[in-house]
Design a protein around this ligand. Sequence first.
Ligand code: CTP
Length: 401
Amino acid sequence: MSLAQRRILLGVSGGIAAYKSCELVRRLRDLGAEVRVVMTEGATRFVSATTFQALSGQPVRTSLWDAEAEAAMGHIELARWAERILVAPASADLIARLAHGLANDLLTTVCLASAAPLYVAPAMNQQMWAHPAVQANVETLRQRGVRLLGPASGDQACGDIGSGRMLEPLELREALVASYGDQALHGLKVVVSAGPTYEDIDPVRFIGNRSSGRMGFAVAEAAAQAGAEVTLVAGPVSLATPPGIARRIDVRSAAQMRDAVVASTANADIYIGAAAVGDYRPAQVAEHKLKKHDGAPLELRLAENPDILATLAAQTVRPFLVGFAAETHDVERYARDKLARKGLDMIAANQVGGGLGFEAADNALTLYSPEGTIELPRVSKTELARQLVARVAERYRAVRP
Ligand code: CTP
């Protein structure tokens, strides 16, 4: 189980179960989650903001009108920051306000301003929970797609016995872990290379290629979402680091990429080479800008670049190796040839041209491994990356149980 780098906003409303939410913060952080806490005015009557601040390691917000906090991370930023919002405990009053779309305090405002899935863990006296007004509000939330967690039945702080107890912290945590789906790469270190390489000719010119890096970045993000600790080695691209990436190393040339990949795969489990590594570089980089010479042709001598995948494949202890093959024709023949020649565990091949490939938003892949062939039909690069990562995880678990 992992919640590494997951951004969880915990909303705490006024109820005695708030003391259990302190424990919840610890348990979420145990799994690597970043937790930010927003408390209602009522919640502060039960537990102090200082407690949550110490446990979350982050400033705790209690008011919409805190000028200093709004200047640091405003409520809209907080709403955008959150990947999941969990309100625990959710009092009858808070549930009513959520059901009716009120924004009369910070927590309800953030819930309205966020696109993140909302999880609500009710906690109240059994009589209150059973009240038709509460049940109607809960039904409204359910219809709207809010996920209700609990409540459980049992002894209540007020002495009653019945339904209305907040779920235990570990049960709430489990629901959040499950909300992220299959953690197929949990506990594994994955290195992904992405983008083109640039090989300098002189101080102002280079040889590059049309890789945008989008496929590789999507693969890195999907691997992080599947629970891996991801290092992203990026050639020159203009892309923001996706959420959840443990480390990003920016490089320019194939030689720099080779060094970064070799160093970061030293204890990695999987390497996915999505970068379009330049096969050649100018044998010499001119110290000064090259000048024209009266129409005489310019000759560039090119030297072959190191093959990163082949370098890794030659090591005695090597990660599971996944290559990419972008081909304009004879895709299967070239891809199978690369699989064998480079000693890979899997290769993801695609036809470039016809609106697919380097600069397109969509892509389609065929995966070849010694085991067989899998077609991944045309979808967005994000979805394709997710499917690719799922297949890599399957194959990895099959050969390295
Ligand atoms: N690759 C690599 N190091 C290189 C060149 C390529 O690690 N110097 C990796 C790419 O990251 C990709 C795979 O090899 O995963 C296929 O790259 P490609 O350029 O298609 O393969 P080549 O071996 O260069 O074959 P060819 O140019 O003959 O098609």
